[in-house]
Design a protein around this ligand. Sequence first.
Ligand code: IPE
Ligand code: IPE
Ligand code: MG
Length: 228
Amino acid sequence: MSDLPRHIGIIMDGNGRWAKKRGAPRTVGHQQGLEAAKRVIQRASELNVQCVSLFAFSTENWKRAADEVGFLMSLIATHLRAELDFYRKNGIRVIHLGDISALPQNIAREITDIVAETSAYSRMTVALAINYGGQDEIIRAIRKVPADSISTLTAEAFGAFLDAPDLPPVDLVIRTSGERRLSNFMLWQTAYAEFYFSDELWPDWDGEKFDLALNYYKSRDRRFGGIK
Ligand code: IPE
Ligand code: IPE
Ligand code: MG
């Protein structure tokens, strides 16, 4: 399907509000948000989407209460250990976006392990953005550019210093829960992305809602600055 986005970035938002509506702690929302992520990855894999990037924890999310941050970290670590088989069975390569050096050691280890154990798979890539910020990624990339090549640096050459240089640009950004902002997500890669905003909270997402986003994408006329 040529009108399928090659790379979809998802800002999975609304877990806390989903829980609050049910009188449950925010952690329950995060748990259900993880289930939604699995449903959506499953659907993307059925459709042969090349790459899905999931915003799981931002560089700004450290501002939250320590127990929520701790819960999110252990939820992510547990998921990575428990779902290795799922990623394997579906031929999914898992990669990480963000600054791994500032993550707790146990989660950094789970990330390194799953990345290594799925590195040979090529059917689909799932990029997990954990301790990820678009500005932070750009700054870390700038620091990697050799000083003697700064004056001749092109946008294309700069892209090679980002966290996942082999991924295609983001074609479609999905954000749930009614917010309409990027919140520092993949600032460089979304330069020409289309945007799909859904009022539904992330834990309510499933394959059908994902299909609606893809239908919207198909209806867009992408010009990239040219004239059609
Ligand atoms: C998104 O849900 C998950 C993360 C940011 C980790 P939120 O936790 O932001 O949920 P709301 O926005 O408070 O409802
Ligand atoms: C963005 O959601 C980060 C993730 C989904 C991981 P936030 O809930 O943190 O974003 P803001 O604070 O509403 O912009
Ligand atoms: Mg939020």
